[in-house]
Write a protein that binds this ligand. Sequence first.
Ligand SMILES: Cc1ncc(C[n+]2csc(CCOP(=O)(O)OP(=O)(O)O)c2C)c(N)n1
Ligand SMILES: CC(=O)[C@@H](O)[C@H](O)COP(=O)(O)O
Ligand SMILES: [Mg+2]
Length: 636
Amino acid sequence: MSKNIYPLLDTINTPDDLKKIPITELPKVCEELRSFIIDELSEHPGHFAASLGVVEITVALHYIMKTPYDRIVWDVGHQAYIHKILTGRRAQFHTNRQYKGISGFPKPEESEYDAFGVGHASTSISAGLGMSVAANLKQEKDRHIVAVIGDGSMTGGLAFEGLNNASINPNNLLIILNDNQIAIDPIRGGMHHYLVNITTSRTYNQVRFRLSKLFTDFNILTSGKKRKITQITNQIKASFARQSNIFEGMNIRYFGPVDGHDCMNLARILNEIKDYNGPKVLHIVTKKGKGYKPAEESATEWHAPGKFNKETGERIISDPCGQPSLYQDVFGKTLLELAEKNDKIVGVTPAMVSGCSLNFLMEKMPRRAFDVGIAEGHAVTFSAGMASEGMIPFCNIYSSFMQRAYDNVIHDVALQKLPVVFCIDRAGLVGPDGATHHGMFDLAYFRCIPNLTIAAPLNELELRNLMYTAQLPGKGSFVIRYPKGKGVFCHCEWEQPFNELPVGKGRCLKPGNDFAVLSLGSIGNTATKAIKILEEEGWSVAHYDMRFLKPIDEELLHTVAKKFNRIVTIEDGVISGGFGSAVLEFLAENGYQASVKRIGLPDRFIEHGTPEELYHEVDLDVNGIANSVRKFLSKQ
Ligand SMILES: Cc1ncc(C[n+]2csc(CCOP(=O)(O)OP(=O)(O)O)c2C)c(N)n1
Ligand SMILES: CC(=O)[C@@H](O)[C@H](O)COP(=O)(O)O
Ligand SMILES: [Mg+2]
């Protein structure tokens, strides 16, 4: 790292160092931070455009607030790279999201400056409010709590719940609303329209400006003038501000909108409003990808672009022709095909249009594809409502984000036996997003819900056929879970005529005599390779692809249990309560004595790294599985 490139940054290791820099130099600090992010991220990929948009507010916050005593709570945390760099992690930043490196999200275990662990959206207002109310109860009147939330994350129900609660208990929470007019994909919805209106309405902003000026000057006025101003402001507030501003209407003071890229002004404003009593919102307007033209022009593509050539802006995508398709694309293309055949089919996503490839349907049939915002619970209940009116919603939610919508699945879908097809993407270990994003729990958390059919395809063709099967009449509430990344077929071999799969039936992939392996889902492909190694060592192994966790294929399990006294179960979900547990329960309840080895994800959170590194760590790669099986066999 050359001193010439980052003369100011080289003097900053902590926010205390930043505070030594004159305020007039802050724009230069911002410039260096931008260059640093572009340099680093072009080589060590991560979330890119969001951090570029919050350079100024991050610098201003650390300049004015006394972190870590004051708390900054980031929403999602994918935009917290500048915060990491300013809080002692610049030297490690090249390890961001890598195995054993620093996390891509704020994490209290990693740094005292990371006030709250994040990764999922819309938590910052609730968490920040909790901290602020706690500070008040503990008489820590001088402690500032700041929640930084994006306009996309503001669409989440939890954010609204936090706002609703914000003015009830004494607290001084400052909410920074980072309005860049986009989430990962373009934002749709009422909140977005509201923010656009508030930002562009001249009359509104003139009145707001005058009002806030009155508030600011209030303390230096005589008591007579104060009374008069109070009367006027109350009238104006009652007749205008409360009606026009959702935050004011909820007794949360509102400041803005202000230019989120004017660092010095942001610092001045923060300094001025930070000690105002009560909850308050500072609305800043920013540009996602600010300072890097390709990202400014196409923020969706540059949300997490992978490696890129920083000079040309060319993304380095290693995707030679003939590679297997992504599971998400198989979902997206199959859904479009099914929707062309059946006009009852619609697609629903909570703000992951490009992530889950719903864009195939959205481009061709925009009226039948719904991006409902970062609102998983709503996505489920909205789908339930449509299903109750005869539609067949394919509701696609990432496994870890589905955790948000658990009761909606039980209360709004399963209990009413509604034909919603849940396509659960990113099941299993996802890689560099780490513990907050791994899809570890869905098998366990869905299995105990009555009326759900739960399936996991071995490969892309199975995914396609399961999707076809799920939308046929009488199939009820259906879950199909599949992993991130590529399938197993060469190119598009999965594009075959649809084939109905018998619900609740598994299949034998290969016969054998010494012991049986039962696998569920795409981890079965790894199991196949492990079995090959074991067979080369002389074992005769039977392999069954169960396809369905629920209803589990009891006929097949009886056959297996009668023939084998050694059974291995393999899944890429957490070991407790999932597929292996289901097999154990079946065997115990039916009086079978077989020894069972359950192979799956351990009962602990798993950090970040490549999927290969992580599956190796938890012994769910080919050698890991073979070793576990060997150990099991040696004990029998
Ligand atoms: C509960 C949940 N759902 C979905 C996501 C995926 N996600 C991460 S960032 C993001 C967009 C956030 O938009 P915004 O808050 O506006 O931040 P920006 O990227 O624009 O700075 C989404 C949908 C998530 N992290 N958590
Ligand atoms: C921050 C966040 O939650 C998303 O951006 C997530 O990283 C997307 O993951 P995929 O890249 O698997 O779509
Ligand atoms: Mg945004």
